[in-house]
Design a protein around this ligand. Structure first.
Ligand code: ATP
Length: 319
């Protein structure tokens, strides 16, 4: 397939900047295989891109600089603004690929909470690839950007692709799924994040003790895919699964009450998103999502709540 990036001068604003959005993801199902010898786990997941978007704005600069505003800026454990930020690494990788100097001032405006199981850092990296491709005029193909995305992290290719996709390998091998039926969710966002490696380590520990299934066989993702395509919301509710939920709850016991609270408040079902601690509560419909969010906001189970829908597109230029 030939694809030319939607970048170029048409997307450069009067002040010389280029901006891109990228979405958060929810793992509608997430099965985790046993620990591999290389320390990683094979996954089988159904990703859904939802309407909570970070914005990455890039401008000409000398060398690289990163600023972060919004979720995760400041506080005791701020999102880094140096080369530990995934957008910095995305910029270096794209510059190297394109043979251009890595010169840009990158401003990340975060609506996606950090370390929340929503792939916020991956979204920023995908948005940075798209915006910098346009700023630098690299004319990278979609395949090029996807390959760079896979080097940056296992969720980054999906942040680029958006929609619904089946992920395998470490999550970076994607098969797009045609499922345009919208679903409506309330994201219950906790105070403080959870470290993804710590949640995997807890899963390994629980498995070693025989307290959760060993993950040796992946269930078929077909019921989840069918429910996302055309099923009633109850079918989707019944299909939600996440092998990382038990370890996330083990590390953060308050999650158990939060999951139950979401269902008691009217969610069709609730599941921990990725490695948590965000709770993704599936609402019967759009109006119900707004009502559910109001109830959950009043109960104090979460730091904040967001009403979202999916699927939405992946990283793309704004304007
Ligand atoms: P996962 O993709 O593993 O589900 P997550 O959504 O739980 O990750 P992220 O928000 O991507 O978590 O952040 C995980 C860690 O990555 C943060 O604690 C932070 O130190 C680091 N990080 C690097 N770049 C970014 C970024 N642009 N936004 C947020 N975190 C970042």
């Amino acid at each position: 397939m030939s694809w030319s990036s939607p970048g170029g001068p048409g997307h450069t604003r009067g002040d010389g900047s280029v901006a891109a959005h990228a979405p958060a993801k929810v793992n509608v199902s997430l099965a985790v295989g046993p620990l591999r010898e290389d320390g990683f786990h094979d996954l089988q997941t159904v990703y859904l891109a939802v309407s909570l978007l970070d914005t990455v704005t890039v401008r000409p600069g000398e060398g690289l600089s990163v600023t972060v505003t919004g979720e995760g800026a400041g506080g005791p454990d701020p999102v880094p603004t140096d080369r530990r930020n995934l957008v910095w690494r995305a910029a270096e990788l794209l510059a190297e690929h394109a043979g251009v100097a890595a010169d840009a001032a990158i401003a990340v405006d975060k609506a996606i909470p950090a370390a929340a199981g929503l792939a916020g850092g991956s979204a920023d990296a995908a948005a940075a690839l798209v915006a910098l491709d346009a700023l630098w005029g690299t004319r990278a193909t979609r395949g090029d950007l996807t390959a760079l995305a896979a080097q940056l992290g296992s969720d980054v290719p999906f942040s680029l692709a958006g929609g619904v996709a089946l992920g395998s390998g470490r999550g970076e091998r994607l098969t797009p799924v045609l499922a345009r039926r919208p679903s409506h969710w309330v994201l219950g966002i906790a105070e403080g994040g959870l470290s993804t490696p710590a949640v995997y380590a807890e899963l390994d520990r629980l498995r070693a003790q025989g307290r959760v299934p060993d993950g040796a066989a992946f269930p078929s993702p077909e019921p989840v895919v069918a429910a996302l395509r055309s099923g009633p919301v109850d079918a989707l509710a019944a299909a939600l699964t996440n092998d990382l939920q038990a370890p996330a709850v083990s590390l953060r016991p308050a999650l158990r009450r939060a999951l139950r609270g979401a269902v008691d408040a009217g969610a069709a079902a609730a599941v921990v998103s990725g490695s948590g601690p965000t709770v993704a509560a599936l609402a019967p419909d759009e109006d119900a999502a707004v009502r559910l969010a109001a109830v959950l906001a009043g109960e104090g189970l979460f730091r904040t709540v967001r009403v979202v829908h999916g699927p939405v597109p992946g990283a793309r230029l704004v304007g």
